[in-house]
Design a protein around this ligand. Structure first.
Ligand code: UFG
Length: 329
């Protein structure tokens, strides 16, 4: 297929680009490089630097590269920032997809894989999370993605030739197994990279955000899925996507690890000891989130290959150790 990867210079997008190319697809990346890295884009892919809200430019690129399918990763993804700058999130994450859909409509590209998030569920009352549970986000980031889910359903209703799959991600971690690309967020706030930076001596300490949660060790529990497993689900989704499809899948490993368990894993894997302090809760953090991933297994035959925290940490550590300054830009 001829695939446009929107946000293909970002963490998850760049790993998807690599897998698409390895699977024999032709790829054009479109990215405004606001938070992405040009160096993360596989050299086999074409590259267009543009903003997703620039519909004319997106449309021109879709035509030029004869794109039939789009994977859309381009988004802002910091929950705290979304509370402070909601309009930026609705502009980039929601309007940006409307712009892409308009461009796709104009050129006749009919297949879309769109990155959604478990943040659309808000704070579910029971675990694990299944796709049919009520969606009630607790921050603008979650809403910006849930609005797109609604828009996509309406788009299929209006055009049965269109089809989409929207995976809802849990906590994505790890890096490419060949060490070529990895995670480089500025600022970095995600747990595993933050702990690895402490192991590298780049941070003085790791703060545990809350130790009085109703969980066995008092710290928050999350479902960490390896980025290569996650991207593999996207390829399966794209390759089996049919006109009229409107599908949502939880992408997680189906079990959770606590913050303390992740810290212990990093100490084991790296062999480095570092300072850990117990801090206050971070506003907006639900105590426990993990997926029921039965639907994606039943329908796409997908299952995470990496399910042990030590293996996820070892993968991320390989990248952080070899690239302590990320892409170095
Ligand atoms: N945490 C710490 N200390 C840190 C960083 C994180 O204790 O220095 C804790 C957080 O409080 C949380 C857990 O580690 O309990 C994981 O935090 P992350 O920031 O790594 O990830 P989140 O679960 O907050 O966020 C993830 C995605 C978001 C998505 C969200 C949905 O990164 O994009 O899940 O809830 F919106």
């Amino acid at each position: 297929m001829n695939v446009m990867v929107a946000g293909g210079a970002g963490y998850i997008g760049s790993h998807a680009v690599k897998q698409l190319l390895d699977a024999g697809h032709k790829v054009v990346v479109i990215d405004n490089l606001f938070r992405g890295h040009r160096a993360a884009v596989d050299k086999r892919a074409d590259f267009v630097q543009a903003d997703m809200n620039d519909t004319d430019v997106v449309e021109k690129a879709l035509r030029e590269f004869q794109v039939d399918s789009v994977m859309h990763f381009a988004a802002l993804a910091y929950v705290g920032e979304s509370v402070e700058q909601p309009l930026d999130y609705y502009h980039r994450n929601t309007a940006g997809v409307i712009s892409m859909l308009r461009a796709m409509q104009a050129t006749g590209a009919k297949r879309l894989v769109f990155s959604s998030t478990c943040a659309t569920y808000g704070e579910p009352e029971t675990m694990p999370i299944v796709e049919t549970m009520p969606q009630s986000p607790i921050n603008p980031y979650g809403w910006s993605k849930l609005f797109v889910e609604r828009i996509l359903l309406d788009t299929v209703a209006a055009d049965p030739e269109f089809g989409f799959v929207a995976p809802r991600y849990f906590n994505v971690a790890g890096c490419a197994s060949d060490g070529s690309i990895g995670e480089d967020h500025k600022p970095e706030t995600h747990l595993i990279p933050v702990i690895l930076q402490a192991a590298l001596g780049q941070r003085e300490k790791v703060s545990i955000f809350g130790t009085d949660y109703p969980t066995p060790d008092g710290t928050c529990i999350r479902d960490y899925v390896h980025v290569e497993d996650l991207c593999n689900a996207h390829i399966l989704a794209l390759e089996t996507l049919k006109p009229g499809d409107a599908k949502f899948y939880n992408l997680g490993i189906g079990k959770g690890y606590s913050v303390r368990e992740v810290i212990e894993s990093v100490k084991r894997v790296t062999g480095v000891d570092f300072k850990v302090v117990e801090g206050e809760r971070r506003p907006g953090d639900p105590p426990t989130l993990y997926a029921n991933a039965d639907k994606v297994k039943a329908e796409l035959g997908w299952e995470a290959k990496i399910t042990e925290m030590d293996d996820i940490v070892a993968s991320a550590w390989q990248w952080f150790k070899n690239n302590p300054n990320g892409y170095g830009e």
